[in-house]
Structure formats: structure tokens, C-alpha cells
Design a protein around this ligand. Structure first.
Ligand SMILES: NC(=O)c1ccc[n+]([C@@H]2O[C@H](COP(=O)([O-])OP(=O)(O)OC[C@H]3O[C@@H](n4cnc5c(N)ncnc54)[C@H](O)[C@@H]3O)[C@@H](O)[C@H]2O)c1
Length: 372
């Protein structure tokens, strides 16, 4: 098989969601030459020659508990201004092919299968996809709805951990782009320790937290003590609806606050609120209010307003992660990848500030290049 014929699978948990649909349609648009890869860090010069699988070689599939056809999901995203007008019809054939590779997720209400049966069924779906499509490997990425953190008394694994366990069982590199538990369940400790697969998480850093990871080091480096850091997010879409559940929002906010605690040394006063505003669809407004001290105790305020399209921010990062983890697997790199902390609110170790995380990512690109 020639290098060009090598194809890589990308298996999305939550394959019919906004982020997955935008990433799938985006990859098809880039492959067809309809749009440039704006926002894909792995398409910038430092990654040239690092051996990442080309976007044109990615093959998509996944699990979802919804059965709305992918072309219809893409049309809804275009109607909301997330995807460009006309793109879903231009890519209908490609989206229909991916739609046929999406398998029913779970557990659905009334599902009588136990954890082991669900893990085995999910792993079989992923293995079947890899085999039928003749893929060199498949990277599994969780972009499903945020779930509440499991309680200590819960005897069942949360869905995100069932899928994460299935990914390991199917021999796949894994990334958790959501705040859900995924691989970080104590019940998966042994499976993770012995898996010999690269993995990364947790919760993509795309907007408000991205800005926080840039601004917080500025206050530290300029010796300006932060007294309080408060934030409010307004968003709609499926993510807005999921985060209207206080338990799911708590899981999300823990990641946003962790970035501040890690960078400032301690969590400052102030909270993060997430309001579901369905009319905003996938567009988000995030307002931060930072109170800090200056020379001789002068009191100052910085306010920022971030207005972004959540899925358009997330999709190129998800494609980056798929390529980086596929290449890590090919190069025999295993275990948690702190070099990918650049992409996460709650990374697997490594520095907390964005410039150092970017430097670590570039060093990783050099390592992947040298491993050719
Ligand atoms: N900028 C961003 O968009 C961003 C940043 C960081 C994290 N995230 C996270 O990415 C995830 C996806 O966001 P979205 O906007 O695409 O949400 P969405 O609601 O549009 O999509 C989530 C999808 O997951 C599916 N799903 C739910 N439970 C499932 C299960 N048990 N098995 C399989 N599929 C299941 C839903 O049916 C839906 O299609 C969320 O957890 C969000 O917090 C997004």
C-alpha cells in the first residue's frame, strides 16, 4: 500500500452533534478544495513533514443516540449560520456516506444491557468500521453532550466511560473533547494503565477559557494580583440545552475555573454562569469581569466580551487532535499526551499557560517529524 493510500478513521461519539457535524462537513469541504483549513493549527508550517495524516485521508463514522440524518443536521447548522450557505447541498454525497457509518449509541432509556455488554457492542462497531474501510487505525473522539459528573454511589459507568473503554478495547487512540468523565473513571484505571495507546483530554479549550489561559499569566507576570474573576456565558444549541442542567454545568465550570487556579496559584473569588439562550443557537457570548490590584492598592477592572461560533471554534481543533493522535499511534507513542494540553481546559499534565502549551506542541511536532 502506498503512503497516499493509507486512510485514518475518525470515530465521533456524538457524531450527529454540532461539533461533529461541523468537523465532518469541514473536512469534506477542505478535501474538496472549497474552503481553506482556517483554525487548524496542524496545517501551519511548523507541522510540515511531521507525518500527520492528510485531511483528505480521514474517514468518518461514529455513535449517536439521535437518528436525524447527517445531511439534515448540516442543513440546520447552515440555517443557523454555522456552516456556509450552500455547503450541505454541495457535500450531500459525502455526508450521506458518513451517515451510513453512524451507529446507534447508548444506553437509551430502557436499555437492559449491562456495562460490559455495552462496551463490547461499542468496541465491535468501531472494529467493524476500521476493518470494512481498510483503515490503518481509528481515533475515537468524544464530542457527545456533557453529562453530569458521576456520584460516588453510582454503580454503573457513565456513558462517556463506556465509550472510552470501548475505544481502548478496539485498540484506538482516544481524546475526550468534553468535560465528561471518559477515561478518568477510577474503574478504568487498570485498562488505561495497560492500554499502550495515546490518549488526551479533557474538555476542549475554544473560547472563554482560551482567553483566560492567555490573560491569567499576564496578571501573574506583571505582578498584578487578581482579586476576583467572574464570567457569564450565553449560548443556545444542544450544548446550551445540555448545560441548562446544573450538574452538567458544574462539570463544565470546574474546567473553566481550573485554568485560573492552575495559573494564578489559587482560584480567585468569582463564579462562572452558563445561561441557555436557545435563540442564539451555536453562537456564544462570554463576558468576563476581572478585578485586580495595581500599585499602591489602586483598584482596576478588565472586562472582555467574546462572541464566537462554538462549533466553528471547536471543529478545527477536533481535526487537529485526530491527526496528532493518529500520528502518535503510528510513531508508537503511548499513554497520556501532555503535549496536547494546548487544546484542553483540563489537560493530562504539562504547563497551564497557552504560550508554554504552544511551545510544547511545537516540540511534539519536531518529535513526530524525527520519528519518521
Ligand atoms: N466550542 C465548543 O463547541 C466546545 C468546546 C469545548 C467542549 N465542547 C463539548 O463538546 C460536546 C459537543 O458539543 P455540541 O455543541 O456538538 O453539542 P450537541 O448537543 O450539538 O451534540 C451532542 C451530540 O451528542 C449526542 N449524544 C448524547 N448522548 C449520547 C450518547 N450517550 N451516545 C452517543 N451520542 C450521544 C447527542 O444526540 C448530540 O447529537 C459538548 O460536551 C460540549 O460541552 C464544545
Amino acid at each position: 500500500m502506498t503512503a497516499h493510500a493509507v486512510r485514518t478513521g475518525v470515530w465521533f461519539i456524538g457524531a450527529r452533534g454540532s461539533v461533529a457535524t461541523t468537523a465532518t462537513a469541514g473536512a469534506a469541504a477542505i478535501a474538496a478544495g472549497l474552503h481553506p483549513p482556517t483554525g487548524m493549527v496542524t496545517e501551519t508550517p511548523p507541522f510540515t513533514g511531521a507525518g500527520l495524516p492528510p485531511v483528505t485521508s480521514l474517514v468518518f463514522g461514529g455513535h449517536d443516540t439521535l437518528d436525524c440524518p447527517l445531511p439534515k443536521r448540516a442543513e440546520a447548522l447552515a440555517a443557523g449560520g454555522v456552516l456556509p450557505y450552500g455547503l450541505p447541498s454541495a457535500l450531500e454525497a459525502e455526508l450521506t456516506v458518513v451517515d451510513a457509518e453512524i451507529r446507534p449509541g447508548g444506553p437509551l432509556p430502557g436499555d437492559t444491557r449491562g456495562d460490559e455488554e455495552l462496551i463490547a457492542a461499542f468496541a465491535a462497531d468501531i472494529e467493524d468500521f476500521t476493518r470494512r474501510n481498510g483503515l490503518a487505525r481509528t481515533v475515537v473522539i468524544n464530542v457527545a453532550s456533557t453529562e453530569p459528573a458521576p456520584g460516588e454511589a453510582d454503580s454503573r459507568l457513565p456513558a462517556s466511560s463506556l465509550y472510552a473503554a470501548a475505544a481502548l478495547r478496539a485498540g484506538c487512540p482516544y481524546a475526550n473533547f468534553t468535560p465528561s468523565t471518559g477515561l478518568r473513571s477510577p474503574h478504568l484505571h487498570d485498562a488505561v494503565a495497560s492500554c499502550a495507546l495515546p490518549h488526551a483530554g479533557r474538555d476542549g479549550k475554544t473560547g472563554q477559557t482560551l482567553l483566560r489561559s492567555v490573560l491569567a499569566p499576564m496578571f501573574v507576570q506583571r505582578a498584578l494580583p487578581v482579586r476576583a474573576w467572574s464570567g457569564t456565558n450565553l449560548l443556545g444549541g444542544g450544548d446550551g440545552a445540555a448545560l441548562a442542567d446544573p450538574a452538567a454545568a458544574a462539570a463544565k465550570n470546574a474546567g473553566k475555573e481550573r485554568v485560573l487556579a492552575d495559573t494564578l496559584g489559587a482560584a480567585p473569588e468569582g463564579e462562572v454562569h452558563i445561561d441557555d439562550v436557545p435563540a442564539m443557537g451555536d453562537w456564544k457570548t462570554a463576558w468576563d469581569h476581572i478585578a485586580f490590584d495595581g500599585f499602591l492598592g489602586s483598584r482596576m477592572i478588565l472586562q472582555t466580551i467574546w462572541q464566537g461560533c462554538d462549533s466553528a471554534l471547536a471543529a478545527p481543533l477536533v481535526l487537529d487532535l485526530a491527526r496528532l493522535l493518529a500520528r502518535s499511534h503510528e510513531a508508537g507513542l503511548t499513554g497520556p499526551r501532555p503535549e496536547l494540553g494546548f487544546y484542553f481546559k483540563d489537560p493530562d499534565g504539562g504547563p497551564a499557560a497557552l504560550p508554554e502549551q504552544y511551545a510544547a506542541l511545537l516540540a511534539f511536532a519536531d518529535r513526530l517529524r524525527a520519528a519518521r
